[in-house]
Design a protein around this ligand. Structure first.
Ligand SMILES: *Cc1c(COP(=O)(O)O)cnc(C)c1O
Length: 377
């Protein structure tokens, strides 16, 4: 092993996508934005395609172009395009581009290329997408552009506010408003190939939201949208490991790490883990998260997580030595902490834990098939 690395099990991504497609009975858009939620863009994309993902979803044009440069030739949607983005490059590469406004459509028309465009409707999230009072004008402009050959409207879609809380009535309201928008678009003469609304939690928890496609991000990587909500088992694809850099005895009353935010209540032994917040370890988990050493032995973090390192308590355990493997998070079935555990320790969500990890860690890929290779994170 190296001093610290991110190990990604591509078979887990493949299996999760396949399992979700079977469970939902719906084609899957595997979401690979943000470097595949920290798992690696191209590798995650290939694993998702191998699991049967019909579509790939990304936020930006750059991400979509990187997928094309990496050899992916299937359907891709890029949904967050800014004025300085090269929208013509995306269209030229056959990427479906999202449009939120008439101005977006005008800009697409200016490229002179025949685009594939997916209209995003804001059904209550109040983030991207067309606000309801603007739908009529958007649909009219969209249909006019189809008639003059500027584009084909390939999709109409929206995004949930609180899909991981299935009892929230906002989910029903959004779905109703979305159906009204789709009906209005059809009445305006549009005939989109795909209607889609659900992210992971919507797809898993709300069958009525599945429509033609489900956009699966976090669940593809084997993490639940929130603790305990998934009706099907998922296998976490990411394991973060490091080697013990030092062990030392600490006497009762001795403070540990910056500002001595932990003071040993009794004689103990601690181990030094050579990763820190510069690598994406959440500093907010100081004094709160655990790691596993030796496939299961739990060692709590003591004191403040620093830029390059942190200290864990091994309770005087004499068998833990320099060079031993520390698992920060991975598959809890293997007796190690989960990204969800770290999220709760740090007051955040597992999405943020996995997407922020990186820094100086290398990424290594494994597969049930046994091939593995290394690259710099
Ligand atoms: C990130 C994102 C998703 C995926 O959400 P998950 O909860 O990770 O499944 C789906 N759709 C949009 C628009 C997104 O931004």
């Amino acid at each position: 092993m190296t001093r610290a690395e991110i190990v990604v099990d591509l078979a887990a991504i493949r299996d999760n996508v396949r399992t979700i497609a079977a469970f939902t009975g719906t084609p899957v858009m595997h979401v690979v934005k943000a470097n595949g939620y920290g798992h690696g863009l191209l590798e995650s994309a290939r694993a998702g395609r191998a699991g049967g993902a019909t579509w790939l979803g990304v936020a930006g044009v750059e991400e979509a172009l990187a997928l094309r440069a990496g050899g992916d030739s299937g359907p891709i949607l890029a949904w967050l395009i800014t004025a300085s983005d090269d929208v013509a490059a995306a269209i030229g590469a056959g990427v479906d581009v999202a449009a939120y406004t008439v101005a977006d459509l005008d800009r697409i028309a200016e490229t002179g290329l025949t685009a594939r465009v997916q209209l995003k409707l804001d059904t209550g999230l109040t983030r991207g997408g067309a606000s309801r009072p603007d739908w009529t004008a958007l649909f009219e402009r969209a249909r006019a552009g189809e008639l003059d050959g500027s584009w084909k409207i390939t999709g109409i879609w929206s995004h949930f506010v609180a899909s991981e809380e299935p009892d929230e009535t906002i989910n029903d309201e959004q779905e109703k408003v979305f159906r009204e928008g789709v009906d209005e678009a059809r009445a305006a003469g549009l005939a989109p190939e795909v209607i889609h609304l659900a992210n992971s939690a919507g797809a898993l928890l709300r069958p009525s939201s599945r429509f033609d496609l489900v956009r699966i991000g976090i669940a593809s990587y084997g993490l639940e949208p929130a603790r305990g909500v998934s009706p099907i088992p998922l296998r976490p694809a990411m394991r973060v490991v490091a080697e013990v850099a030092l062990v030392k005895d600490v006497p009762a009353g001795q403070g540990v790490s910056y500002n001595h935010r932990w003071v040993a209540p009794a004689d103990t032994r601690v181990a030094l883990v050579p990763v820190g917040y510069a690598d994406g370890i959440p500093r907010a988990a100081s004094n709160r998260a655990d790691v596993a050493i030796y496939g299961g032995y739990r060692a709590p973090i003591r004191g403040t997580i620093c830029m390059d390192q942190f200290v864990v308590d091994v309770f005087g355990e004499p068998t833990i030595l320099v060079g031993d493997e520390v698992v920060l998070w991975g598959d809890p079935e293997q007796g190690v902490p989960s990204a969800q555990d770290w999220a709760e320790a740090a007051g955040t969500i597992s999405y943020e834990v996995v997407t922020r990890i990186g820094g100086r860690l290398s990424r290594r890929y494994e597969d049930l098939g046994g091939d593995s290779r290394e690259e710099l994170a």
